[in-house]
Design a protein. Structure first.
Length: 277
């Protein structure tokens, strides 16, 4: 069993990706004149109301979350990062313009990382602790850059609890605990119909129970413009109420989880090296 803090036998990590409109802008960068209004308006909901709604639900349960924000979103909304910090939440990097790693080189990734770091330092006075890759994909060389900056990473899924990959602290994610696979649909998507929120809540409660029993880390990934709406908010509200009932569950930010893992003795940590096998 992973050595959680004394009295705790599992952990929950509530993370929110503040994509806003950056994924759409990135997709359309070669055709900026194709200014589709429908998806743009859907995505604007997060900054207009979704983030405030999410912060309110988190506050009602006394939960501190980690908001991963693209540098471009922070730069265009200079009140965003300070406001989240004032509410006790953590802010982490999420690319600069939500660059898809398959579309950029390692040097371009490094430039985007530096630009984002500069925005975060200018707006908050300190360097962020963590990073999440857009699309949850990284090359080995990109991953190595995170290590050079001392950032933890929450983009990979190589274990059930915090671990170290090639010297970088990893907070594993899960596609089964992510809202776009359940709720996202736009007029430009060729996707399945949204899942019933009643079904999603049942799935996530079942997932939480299984993860907690196994002594693992339950990473929930939400998005400002999707889960900030009233119906998904009810799912989050009910899920947090259940997790908060378990006094052995540690609800922590990414920075807290990474700091805990790093202070463990070497023989208590899980350290692995990436492989092509």
């Amino acid at each position: 069993m992973y050595p959680w803090p004394q009295g705790k036998t599992s952990a929950a990590f509530i993370s929110i990706d503040v994509d806003a409109d950056t994924p759409m802008l990135w997709r359309q960068r070669a055709e900026p004149q194709r200014d589709y209004l429908s998806e743009m308006e859907q995505r604007q909901y997060g900054l207009r109301a979704g983030i405030a709604n999410l912060v309110a639900v988190l506050g009602r349960h006394g939960v501190q979350a980690t908001f991963f924000v693209p540098g471009l979103v922070a730069a265009r909304n200079p009140e965003l990062l300070p406001g989240l910090l004032e509410n006790g939440h953590e802010v982490g990097l999420h690319g600069f313009a939500h660059e898809a790693t398959r579309d950029i080189s390692t040097s371009e990734f490094g430039e985007a990382l530096e630009r984002s770091l500069a925005v975060f330092v200018a707006q908050t006075g300190r360097k962020p602790d963590g990073f999440r890759a857009p699309g949850w994909e990284l090359t080995r060389d990109m991953h190595a850059l995170l290590g050079r900056h001392g950032l933890y990473n929450s983009s990979l899924a190589g274990h059930d609890h915090p671990y170290t990959l090639d010297g970088v602290t990893e907070l594993p994610i899960s596609w089964s605990r992510e809202d776009t696979t359940r709720f996202k649909i736009t007029g430009l998507d060729a996707r399945w119909a949204p899942t019933s929120p009643v079904v999603v809540l049942e799935e996530w409660l079942f997932d939480w129970e299984a993860c907690a029993q196994a002594g693992g880390l339950f990473t929930l990934t939400l998005h400002d413009w999707i889960s900030g709406r009233p119906t998904p908010l009810r799912v989050l509200d009910a899920l947090l109420a259940r997790i908060r009932q378990d006094e052995t569950a540690w609800i922590a930010t990414g920075a807290e989880l990474a700091a805990h893992d790093r202070q463990l003795p070497p023989d208590a940590r899980t350290s692995v090296v990436s492989t092509r096998d």
